[in-house]
Design a protein around this ligand. Structure first.
Ligand code: SF4
Length: 328
């Protein structure tokens, strides 16, 4: 799929500028910070100047756009892998320049992923409005962030809304996240079961209407963490999102396990689990028991041991299946 990017869900990557500030637990192992500081000389954090990229970099999307037009296809462009488009410390005129470029490349779908969804509406308006060919995504890493940020994403007018749940650091139930209908619509009775995956519930007494209550998440991307300090992702967290998406008919893409693979995933009653664990994992110092809350230890009737094997070896199969769902 990728043309000039290793990212599984995009054809191209474009960085309009470089630099950012960490804002939450999903930023702990920010690869962009390490790369930018070590190799590009761009420092991270509040007050550190962001660096606008070169004119030659800004020419690339126009070439991709021309090629897509000639081939009669669309390319997905991941915008700002080394920054956040809605960072407060980026000059407003840079964002206006970016949005103008996005408008002038209509054969590209621009994937903007932010950890600052609260800034989006105001900053987009200041930049002339979100262009029609933007897909807007947010990164959430646990249920608390999902509950806090998904309603804000659903409130934004945009064609495709998606979640980048990477690094996944805890269980997430998207059907528990409301679209905050009562806040968005004073006429909502607030006693039905609209949620972020299904949009308006079929039983809603105002069903049949139109407007923002129909908004829902259109795409879910899930991945474990990579890098030297990577934290393991419990297999049941990823399975649960896969199953939630399948039930709701929402495209699901499993990007990677990250550094850790599920090495032991057994019923408590399995007579061989202890022998397997001792023989294969206990001496290596690279394994970790993981419970459903993300901490060490047992839970319920199953045992899970995650083993650090490196991103490449861990791969991107979930229960033997590669998930590459993308919105049509
Ligand atoms: S928002 Fe993204 S680029 Fe910025 S510090 Fe966090 S992980 Fe890094």
């Amino acid at each position: 799929m990728a043309e000039n990017t290793k990212i599984e869900w995009a054809h191209h990557t474009f960085n309009p500028w470089i630099g950012c500030t960490k804002v939450g637990p999903g930023c702990d192992g920010c690869y962009a910070k390490d790369l930018a500081e070590a190799r590009l000389g761009v420092m991270w954090g509040p007050g550190a100047p962001r660096r606008h990229t070169a004119a030659s970099t800004w020419k690339q999307p126009r070439a991709w756009n021309n090629r897509a037009a000639k081939l009669g296809i669309r390319y997905r462009v991941f915008c700002a892998s080394l920054a956040d488009v809605f960072d407060n410390e980026v000059p407003a005129e840079w964002r206006a320049e970016l949005f103008q470029l996005i408008r002038e490349t209509p054969h590209l779908d621009w994937l903007l992923v932010t950890k600052r969804i609260g800034n989006t509406a105001k900053m987009a308006e200041a930049a002339g409005g979100l262009p029609e060919n933007v897909w807007l995504g947010i990164t959430v890493v646990n249920q608390a962030e999902a509950g806090r940020d998904i309603p804000k994403l659903l409130a934004v007018d945009v064609r495709i809304r998606f979640l980048s749940i990477e690094p996944m650091l805890g269980p997430i139930d998207l059907t528990e996240v409301s679209d905050d209908s009562t806040a968005l619509d004073p006429e909502c009775w607030g006693d039905c079961a609209c949620d972020s995956l299904y949009g308006r519930d079929a039983g809603c007494r105002r069903n049949g209407g139109d407007g923002h209550l129909q908004r829902k998440i259109d795409w879910v991307i899930v991945g474990g963490e990579s890098g030297p300090k990577a934290r393991p992702m419990h297999p049941d967290w990823a399975r649960s999102l896969r199953d939630q998406c399948e039930a709701a008919g929402v495209p699901f893409l499993f990007k990677q396990w990250g550094e850790w693979e599920a090495a032991l995933d057994r019923e408590r009653q399995d007579p061989d689990w202890r022998a397997d664990y001792t023989n294969d994992y206990v001496d290596r110092g690279k394994s970790r028991w993981l419970n459903l809350a993300g901490g060490c230890g047992f839970h319920g009737e199953r045992f899970h041991v995650m083993r650090r094997v490196g991103k490449k070896s861990a791969g991107r199969l979930l229960d033997g299946v590669q998930h590459d769902g993308v919105p049509a």
